[in-house]
Write a protein that binds this ligand. Structure first.
Ligand code: KIV
Length: 271
């Protein structure tokens, strides 16, 4: 069966079924219509409209500056392209860490104005009131533990998290809380593989790893990183499946040469 003819869109329930039968879940980011069309047509299970858009689309150092309006713009562009994948949208920094009513208002805007399927939020116990309130409104929530880039100023580095016992114990506690509260999946970012495997075995909801080893129920990467569009980011966990930076630079250089030499456009390329 081709991906195009697949009648059933990926749902949160389907992800749980995949975990239960041991089928790994594939997830990639996308931030615009054209990329999301490619990623969805290739058959990805989940598309994350990540706040990493702040880095790869806007050139910011951290994910903190991106706004709710900007996330809504990216997410609605992605949703227009997608036929099959589940679309999850990151709630940006500052829209859910305080008042749970404000968190609900932000999540409702994302769902109403983008047509996405779910939201993702970084953190455990400290954001539980907001998670609960959003879930009560019927909005599916994906959790995110381990390295949570919105807390970079607290951590001080992008190094591996939860290597020490106390932080690992808190992470397990938080994962169980998110599961009990009703999150449909949890991203585990940059933690030891043994811890990610343990968490994945101890919670019934799917875990999606990034830099967390092969023991999670699925994997996620930033699409610009795995396609090799970014040259400057090479963490150990990143596998590059293409070198589009070079492919695209060559194509642009070739175009410039053709314009300068009057090779483009030729007779067949004019009216
Ligand atoms: O924003 C993002 O791209 C993410 C992934 C790295 C999980 O949160």
């Amino acid at each position: 069966m081709s991906v195009e003819s697949s009648v059933r869109a990926v749902t949160t329930l389907r992800l749980k079924e995949m975990k239960d039968r041991g089928e790994k879940i594939s997830m990639l980011t996308s931030y615009d219509y054209s990329m999301a069309k490619i990623v969805d047509t290739a058959g990805i299970d989940v598309i994350l409209v990540g706040d990493s858009a702040a880095n790869v689309m806007a050139g910011h150092e951290t994910t903190l500056p991106i706004t709710l309006d900007q996330m809504i713009y990216h997410a609605s562009s992605v949703v227009r392209a997608v036929n099959r994948a589940l679309v999850v949208v990151d709630m940006p920094f500052g829209t859910y860490q305080g008042d749970s009513q404000a968190a609900l208002d932000s999540a409702v805007r994302i769902m109403k104005e983008t047509g996405a399927d779910a939201v993702k939020m970084e953190g455990g116990e400290e954001i539980l009131d907001s998670v609960k309130r959003i879930l009560t409104a019927g909005i599916p929530v994906m959790g995110h533990l381990g390295l949570t880039p919105q807390s970079i100023h607290k951590f001080g580095t992008y190094n591996v998290r939860a290597k020490e016992e106390a932080e690992a114990a808190k992470l397990i506690h938080d994962a169980k809380l998110l599961e009990e509260t009703g999150c449909f999946a949890i991203v585990l970012e940059k933690i030891p593989a043994s811890l990610a495997t343990k968490v994945s075995a101890e919670v019934s909801v799917p875990t999606i790893g990034i830099g967390a080893g092969v023991g999670t129920d699925g994997q996620v990467l930033v699409v610009h990183d795995m396609l090799g569009i970014n040259k400057g980011f090479s963490p150990r966990f990143l596998r590059r499946y293409a070198n589009l930076y070079e492919v695209m630079t060559d194509a642009v250089s070739h175009y410039i040469e053709d314009v300068k030499s009057c090779d483009f456009p030729n007779e067949k390329e004019q009216y």
